[in-house]
Design a protein around this ligand. Structure first.
Ligand code: FMN
Length: 367
């Protein structure tokens, strides 16, 4: 099974795109007879709702994927880590697990649903394990990676819901079937959640390598696009001329949350909301992320109030690169990405805010 998943080329659908079969193999080879499997259903990314769709409409794909993965890795216990905001799914999921148990599909697996408590950081795999262990979720130092020392110190595989939902089909139809879809480096299909300024927001599944415009224009019905953010609040911002970009790990992808902004949207206000979110959700463990998001929040607040300073833009650029290089985990490393992209593609909007701030200052002096 591990060979089949490796041969399929399936990459993790949770954002980082790690090779799924390779992860399983690492855990399989780790010493110890107690191992864990975790289905990551935290889905905290802004604009992400693909896992919710799968959990609601196709829970058995996840359960079957977890059963296969646990068998392949040698795990007798598995968890579905369900985000607190999806509490309404707890009962239906529990029922689905019970049905699978009663039909004898989970004979060798103790599968439990664990509800999170509402923290974005707990989607990060090591913080998630802290959370299951009953501690406040904070990212752990890696290495050791979870496949070596994970939940309760035991080898653990953590996969995204959508990754696991691919597994039954790969085993059923074979890796060659899976490889017929997608690109050389990104095999298969991907489920996207599209929201924002579109006529038909929703969940779409496309072969990887499809163009961004096929998703947002042809399927979701976006018009007069200014920019599209691919990967949620921490994802890349692509301006309208880049809509021909293929949706693939080697180009742009992330978690599958796609947010569309039309020409009436203000990129400074949009980034302010992002920064406020990350400031709220930063776990505070490392200084670049804890303090960086705080100062960014202050800067965007000033820009929006018309109190921007000339040095604010260079400070933003400096902070962004310090956070990218110095943050402990993916939260602080990726939070500045949309700011850097907007400074690159929409610099004129920052300049306008600064010009407005200068004008307001002169008014105050005249008064
Ligand atoms: C701040 C942060 C939040 C994350 N949130 C999620 C999440 O909600 N769901 C998810 O599957 N992965 C999330 N991830 C990625 C996980 O750490 C991990 O890479 C993923 O669950 C592995 O599964 P995959 O290989 O199947 O993609 C997050 C990562 C970071 C840094």
């Amino acid at each position: 099974m591990i060979e089949a998943v490796k041969a399929s080329g399936l990459l993790g659908r949770g954002g980082a795109g790690f090779n799924c079969g390779l992860k399983w193999e690492l855990a399989r080879k780790s010493s110890g007879d107690e191992k864990y499997l975790i289905g990551n259903a935290d889905e905290g990314e802004v604009g992400a709702f693909k896992d919710r769709y799968l959990l609601t409409h196709d829970p058995f794909s996840l359960i079957e994927g977890l059963a296969i993965a646990s068998y392949a890795v040698g795990a007798a216990k598995a968890y579905i880590y369900l985000r607190a905001e999806y509490h309404f799914l707890f009962e239906p999921l529990t029922l689905a697990v019970k049905q699978a148990e009663e039909l004898g599909y989970l004979k060798n697996l103790n599968l439990r649903i664990f509800e999170g408590a509402g923290a974005y950081i707990c989607g990060e795999e090591s913080a998630l394990m802290d959370s299951i262990e009953g501690r406040r979720g904070e990212p752990r130092c890696k290495p050791p990676f979870p496949t070596e020392r994970g939940l309760f110190g035991k080898p653990t595989v953590i996969n995204n819901v959508a990754t696991l939902a691919n597994i039954p089909q790969i085993i059923l139809k074979g890796p060659d079937w899976f490889r017929t879809m997608g690109t050389e480096k990104s095999r298969g299909t991907k489920v996207f959640s599209v929201s924002g300024d579109v006529e038909r927001p929703g969940v779409y599944e496309l072969p990887l390598g499809s163009l961004l415009k096929e998703l947002v224009v042809d399927l979701a019905g976006a018009r007069e696009i200014k920019a599209v953010q691919v990967g949620g609040a921490s994802g890349r911002i692509l301006p309208e001329p880049l809509l021909d970009t293929p949706l693939a790990f080697e180009h742009v992808l992330g978690s599958g949350a796609v947010l569309v902004f039309n020409r009436n949207r203000d990129m400074i206000e949009m980034n302010q909301r992002n920064v406020d979110f990350f400031n709220e959700e930063s776990c505070g463990k490392c200084t670049p992320c804890r303090e960086g998001t705080e100062v960014m929040k202050e800067i965007f607040g000033r820009l929006v109030r018309g109190e921007g300073q000339e040095e604010d833009l260079s400070a933003l650029g400096g902070l962004a690169s310090a956070m990218r290089q110095g943050s402990f985990c993916g939260l602080g490393q990726s939070a500045p990405l949309p700011i850097l992209d907007s400074l690159k593609y929409f610099k004129q909007e920052y300049d306008q805010r600064l010009a407005q701030s200068r004008y307001l200052r002169t008014l105050k002096i005249v008064k």
